[in-house]
Ligand binder design. Structure first.
Ligand SMILES: Cc1cc2nc3c(=O)[nH]c(=O)nc-3n(C[C@H](O)[C@H](O)[C@H](O)COP(=O)(O)OP(=O)(O)OC[C@H]3O[C@@H](n4cnc5c(N)ncnc54)[C@H](O)[C@@H]3O)c2cc1C
Length: 378
């Protein structure tokens, strides 16, 4: 069995592609293996939102870094990823939400997110033209949050992996992890091909549990269905991503490059499992929620709906760690934030692997942690 590359990465979504790019840049020869096409999993189904408004030091700093990468990507990858800092506006319709947002803003500013600020309802209406401010107390606004185009980002990374000497194998499903004497040896594919490498990375997103089990490793990632829709393109209204956390709320934004609105909401109750079916309920409900927030969208037609999986861990934090099988790493469970986290997680994972550290770079991201005791990345 010839050893063709140093590192095999299973999963051609944002996490596998970004990690592969940073490892290639560090001098490793990488083989990215994807069972479908690039972005066939969650990454191609996400709505492209990128925010730094998180609530803990680790997540805020990771997202400050990711936004730096997104802003430089056109030059770095040589491809227009449609990065646009259109902002995020989190809406507060209750004093409790207002209080929580004010506390978050203080934390975010403290960790370097300087342009986040509280805006009152009138200012929110100025920032988001057409926003219905009835009952609105105000919001948390960060103009340097933004949007980008997932397919372009992943393809940009994949092309760089190839130009740096790596291999990208699409339509190649990994069915077994090869190991001997407690060390990973490589992978076997559904076609029976065997590829050898000293390091194998599980970046299989919603399938991280299944891929982990191939190595005898328990990876606590569960898929959960999230639906989305997109409208026809209209003139750009300069509305930031609107986030309404009420039970009948949702989040949506308009793409700068083509004027389409794209959005989703978190279903109650949640829908566990790998199903990516679309529902009539969502198709009816999502436009209503968008119209409630921006009534002027009335004439804008829905073009298409789809669904994909969030890849949740029990405590809402990612996994970025080595595993008990020597050489087998897990970088998965981004809990619905994987596109935005991808560049910084990829860089962090590559540094971790290169340094050969025993402990994960962020303790909260350990594979074998107490999943019941942590606060989720929000
Ligand atoms: C509707 C929706 C909206 C979202 N909106 C946002 C957003 O605005 N911003 C944001 O940051 N995140 C968003 N997300 C979350 C984001 O999409 C995910 O967190 C992210 O894409 C996870 O990336 P990943 O690379 O870990 O997984 P994936 O993109 O799923 O990649 C994993 C890949 O592994 C492959 N694979 C699995 N098993 C095997 C195998 N055995 N062999 C070979 N290949 C295999 C799969 O085919 C898949 O392509 C959204 C998700 C959904 C569903």
């Amino acid at each position: 069995m010839p050893k063709s590359t140093d590192i095999i990465i299973i999963g051609g979504g944002i996490i596998g592609a970004a990690t592969g790019y940073y490892l290639s840049r560090a001098g490793y020869r990488v083989q990215l293996i994807e069972k479908g096409y690039l972005c066939a999993g969650s990454t191609g189904r996400c709505i492209g939102g990128i925010r730094q408004q998180f609530t803990s030091e680790g997540s805020i700093k990771l997202m400050l870094e990711s936004v730096r990468h997104f802003s430089d990507m056109k030059e770095e990858l040589g491809i227009d990823v449609h990065w646009h800092p259109g902002g995020y506006l989190f809406l507060a319709h209750s004093p409790e939400k207002q209080e929580a947002f004010l506390a978050n803003i203080a934390v975010q500013q403290g960790f370097g997110l300087k342009d986040v600020r509280w805006v009152d309802a009138y200012q929110a209406g100025q920032i988001a033209p057409g926003l219905n401010i009835d009952g609105l107390l105000g919001g948390s606004y960060c103009p340097s949050d933004g949007q980008a185009y997932p397919f372009a980002v992943v393809n940009g990374y994949a092309e760089k992996i190839k130009s740096l000497g790596g291999i990208v194998n699409t339509f190649t499903e990994v069915t077994a992890i090869l190991q001997s004497g407690g060390r990973v040896q490589g992978v076997k594919t559904v076609a029976g091909a065997e590829y050898q490498a000293d390091i194998v990375i599980n970046a299989a997103g919603p399938w991280a549990r299944e891929v982990g089990l191939m190595a005898g490793i328990e990876v606590p990632v569960e898929p959960e269905r999230h639906e989305a829709l997109i409208t026809e393109g209209v003139d750009y209204l300069n509305i930031p991503m609107l986030v309404d956390y009420r039970a009948d709320g949702g989040y949506f934004q308009q793409f700068r490059h083509n004027g389409q609105f794209i959005g989703c909401y978190s279903p109650i109750p949640n829908v566990p499992g790998h199903s990516t079916a679309s529902s009539y309920e969502f198709l009816q409900e999502m436009p209503k929620r968008m119209l409630k927030l921006v009534p002027a969208l009335g004439p804008v037609k829905v073009l298409r709906q789809w669904s994909g999986s969030y890849e949740n861990t029990p405590d809402g934090n990612p996994i970025l760690d080595r595993s008990p099988l020597d050489g087998f790493y897990v970088i998965a469970g981004m809990c619905g934030h994987g596109f935005m986290l991808g560049p910084a997680i990829g860089r962090m994972a590559a540094d971790f692997i290169k340094n050969g550290a025993k402990e994960p770079p962020v303790a909260e991201f350990a594979l074998e942690r107490d999943f019941s005791s942590q606060e989720a990345m929000k």
